[in-house]
Ligand binder design. Structure first.
Ligand code: HEM
Ligand SMILES: *[C@@H]1O[C@H](CO)[C@@H](O)[C@H](O)[C@H]1NC(C)=O
Ligand SMILES: *[C@@H]1O[C@H](CO)[C@@H](O)[C@H](O)[C@H]1NC(C)=O
Ligand SMILES: *[C@@H]1O[C@H](CO)[C@@H](O)[C@H](O)[C@H]1NC(C)=O
Ligand SMILES: *[C@@H]1O[C@H](CO)[C@@H](O)[C@H](O)[C@H]1NC(C)=O
Ligand SMILES: *[C@@H]1O[C@H](CO)[C@@H](O)[C@H](O)[C@H]1NC(C)=O
Length: 325
């Protein structure tokens, strides 16, 4: 992997970097044409985010997420709010020559259930499996803003660094072909500060269209290099930033996550109430940027009452006004 060869040089540069610098770097993906902010984990998993330019000053905006993982990675995921729980999770894995994306949202430290508040469109160009890696590129509507009155609404600032988190396991999901598959706990997780401004794309919508059908489509532009086997000839993907993340390795082996029986005839188990949002996750040592737009405290009671064990949480329509509880 060529990035290893320049790791030393990068480390030297980083040594002089200010503490305020993001952990992500700007890269241009020759295959899709998107400009991304990219973070590369110690394991060589690349997490890339592209957004429109301009992005709306308030509210939700679409994002294109691209994840490229070494072939030995069983699943990998992004937590858009920087913690496992109470934020959209984009989980991806390979299934044969396809790559599958699953939208999840965790309410606790067990297999995150499906999340309908984020909707994805997989871009065929930029999604492939080759001998060494699998990669997926998808547009997400609903990854940059989430929440409701109960857990608070969070909006990621498109102009700033946002604290994100990743997780991965070398163990593939139980049923790779299904985006609702269960999977085991991560081998490791990490946190980083991702500069969303690095991934701004004035031609965002056109790029989404251009890449959505893939290079094989008659309606697709033919300038995209690389298909399923193509080589990004002139990618400017930059080397990773080594060891900037406190990645803690779990000693758990792959845990099976059906918390109490996976029978569909669930007993009259009380719905797992959306509990109080747990206190924040471990974050990098520097003070986080102010990215939360509002955060009412207030778990009065769980109106969502998701069924166990795989509840699907759909956020309520966005609150138009903050009503003090
Ligand atoms: C089978 C599914 C999963 C299980 C059983 C599981 C379980 C756990 C457990 C037990 C912890 C440690 C909590 C602590 O130390 O206090 C943890 C932490 C964490 N997990 Fe998961 N996890 C799963 C999936 C995921 C996924 C898909 C992500 C997506 C990125 C993720 C991200 C994290 C992060 C970032 C942390 C650090 C603590 C936090 O942010 O809350 N996990 N997980
Ligand atoms: C799985 O894919 C279907 C079809 O695209 C989609 O409707 C559903 O929301 C996805 N589920 C998850 C958990 O991502
Ligand atoms: C591709 O299809 C879209 C919508 O289906 C259409 O708007 C666009 O003009 C087409 N582009 C080409 C080059 O045919
Ligand atoms: C395989 O895919 C990875 C991730 O997209 C890419 O970086 C690499 O260049 C590809 N290898 C070949 C031989 O195309
Ligand atoms: C990238 O492409 C440009 C123009 O196509 C070329 O001048 C440049 O040398 C290429 N860079 C690399 C690293 O291949
Ligand atoms: C749970 O699922 C496992 C594997 O799918 C199965 O072997 C087991 O019988 C199931 N348990 C129940 C209670 O349905």
């Amino acid at each position: 992997m060529r990035w290893l060869t320049s790791a030393v040089g990068v480390a030297a540069l980083l040594g002089a970097a200010s503490a305020q610098d993001p952990d992500s770097k700007q890269v241009v993906d020759a295959e899709t044409g998107f400009t991304f902010g990219q973070y590369v984990s110690d394991q060589g998993i690349s997490f890339r985010i592209a957004i429109p330019d301009p992005a709306p000053a308030t509210g939700s905006y679409d994002a294109v997420v691209q994840i490229a993982a070494p072939i030995a990675i069983g699943w990998a995921g992004i937590a858009w709010g920087g913690s496992m729980t109470y934020n959209p999770l984009t989980i991806v894995w390979k299934s044969g020559t396809d790559v599958v994306l699953s939208s999840r949202f965790a309410f606790g430290y067990y297999v995150p259930p499906a999340y309908t508040g984020a909707v994805y469109s997989i871009l065929k160009t930029g999604t492939h499996v080759n001998a060494t890696h699998w990669q997926i590129t998808a547009k997400c509507t609903g990854c940059t803003q989430w929440g409701d009155d109960d857990i608070g609404v969070t909006t990621l600032d498109p102009t700033q660094q946002n604290p994100l988190a990743f997780a991965f396991s070398t163990v593939p999901p139980d049923t790779p072909s299904s985006n609702t598959s269960s999977f085991g706990i991560h081998d490791s997780i990490g946190h980083w500060y991702h500069d969303f401004a690095q991934g701004t794309n004035p031609g965002f919508t056109a790029l989404v269209s251009k890449n959505s059908e893939g290079p094989g489509s008659s309606n697709a532009t033919t300038t995209a290099t690389g298909g399923s086997t193509g080589k990004p000839t002139n990618s400017t993907l930059t080397p990773p930033r080594p060891t900037t993340v406190t990645s803690k390795t779990s000693s758990f082996t792959s845990v099976t996550l059906t918390p109490t029986g996976n029978s569909t005839t669930t007993s009259s188990k009380p719905t797992p109430p959306k509990p109080t949002k747990p206190t924040g996750p471990p974050k990098p040592s520097r003070p986080p940027k102010p990215t939360k737009t509002l955060k009412p405290t207030a778990p009065v009671k769980p109106p969502h009452s998701p069924p166990f064990p795989f509840p699907v949480w759909t956020p309520k329509p966005k609150p138009t006004a903050k009503t003090p509880v």
